[in-house]
Design a protein around this ligand. Structure first.
Ligand SMILES: *Cc1c(COP(=O)(O)O)cnc(C)c1O
Length: 376
């Protein structure tokens, strides 16, 4: 079976976990501090590590003082984590459309959905790529709202030579098992805003003020104050131990992902009804490889045909405004998202995938599409 995605782990990660166990302190301690330092050098900004990418988003929202009734603009086409982070922070996610080529949040649709209650916009770096980042930054500036990037897919991706996360307002990454690097589970918040950084640091550990510095030095705070709602969303030494090893392996893993995506592009670009994402894989480290098969009416059947050939594929994502919890009062269709998502198929991508396997996947995909006469 060719897996859709897969962690890339080995003896170094095992050794790191063993080391943490032998050191005898599993919670948030020096390993987390070391991982944060590596990430701060990488992004040249302040970094706070937390338990998941979802927590990174939710704590960032909390740190910009979201209040009940506040609205956050977010593309409908994203993982439910983006929406859950917004509702979890007490705000209302406002589903926006995506650009039909880049699948990045559509600036005009976002502009039309700004109200007095809009507090932030959360663009999603779908697949690791992006669209009109400058348009979103400008919209946020003139509307006086914050930008919290959901960069869960984009660790290592660059834009015009600059790392995603090294510019902009607040960026959130995920280190879950299948993301570009993993710490088992985990995530981080990256920002230049000292107030956001301080608030996320406190909120990740039950709101205990200034606890981070003691913890990273292996101590505990006994006399403290709490002024805000906090959570148990810190990163543990066990996780950071894995994350540090993965950070040092990142160049190899990124190269594999970029090479494989380029290889897919060369096999599939302009084949019949297939559209590939307009990503420059010399700069973009793809988390998933997604194609659009224009006009396909039976995607689930295609998915099961591939599965019969030993190929897993995926559907990123079911638009969130169609979920019962997020349907809301307005049922206005979200045009591009609703027409595009049934045509999206995610093909296997992970560092251990080979170009021979990509050949096999593309051959079988083309075979399946031929029968449908939407591709000749
Ligand atoms: C993975 C992911 C997240 C959340 O990250 P977790 O670490 O799994 O909580 C958020 N947004 C998107 C688009 C993701 O793919």
């Amino acid at each position: 079976m060719i897996r859709l995605s897969k962690s890339f782990l080995g003896d170094e990660e095992k050794a790191a976990v063993t080391q943490v166990i032998e050191d005898g302190y599993l919670g948030m301690g020096s390993y987390v501090g070391d991982f944060e330092k590596l990430l701060e050098d990488y992004f040249q900004r302040s970094v706070v590590c937390v338990s998941t990418g979802t927590a990174a988003l939710q704590l960032s929202l909390q740190a910009i003082d979201i209040e009940p009734g506040d609205e956050v603009l977010v593309p409908a086409l994203t993982y439910v984590a983006s929406f859950q982070a917004i509702s979890g922070a007490g705000a209302t996610p406002i589903a926006c459309d995506v650009n039909d080529k880049t699948l990045f949040i559509d600036v005009e649709d976002a502009r039309n959905k700004i109200t007095k209650r809009t507090k932030a916009i959360m663009p999603v770096y779908y697949g690791g790529g992006y669209g009109d980042v400058d348009g979103i930054a400008e919209l946020a500036r003139v509307s006086n709202i914050r930008v919290i990037d959901d960069s869960a897919h984009a660790f290592g991706s660059k834009r015009n030579g600059l790392l995603i996360g090294s510019f902009g307002d607040i960026s959130c990454f995920s280190f879950d098992g299948i993301k570009n690097i993993t710490s088992g589970e985990g995530g981080c918040v990256v920002s230049d805003d000292p107030e956001v950084i301080k608030k996320v640091k406190d909120a990740r550990l039950l709101g205990v003020e200034n606890d981070t510095d003691s913890r990273l030095a292996g101590k505990r705070t006994w006399d403290f104050n709490v002024t805000n709602q906090g959570w148990r969303c810190h990163m543990s030494n066990l996780m950071a131990g894995i994350g540090i090893v993965q950070f040092h392996k990142k160049d190899f893993m990124f190269e594999r992902r970029m090479l494989l995506a380029k290889y897919y592009d060369s096999c599939l670009r302009d084949y019949g009804a297939i559209e590939v994402l307009p990503n420059n894989y010399d700069e973009i480290v793809p988390h998933i490889y997604v194609i659009r098969v224009k006009g396909i009416k039976d995607r689930d059947k295609l998915v099961s045909e591939l599965l019969e050939k030993g190929i897993q594929s995926g559907k990123h994502y079911l638009p969130n405004h169609l979920l019962d919890f997020y349907k809301g009062k307005s049922t206005k269709p979200i045009k591009n998202t609703e027409s595009i998502w049934p045509e999206l198929i995610t093909l296997p991508l992970h560092p251990e995938l080979t170009t021979n396997q990509v050949d096999y996947i593309c051959e079988n995909l083309k075979q399946s599409l031929k029968i449908r006469a939407i591709c000749e």
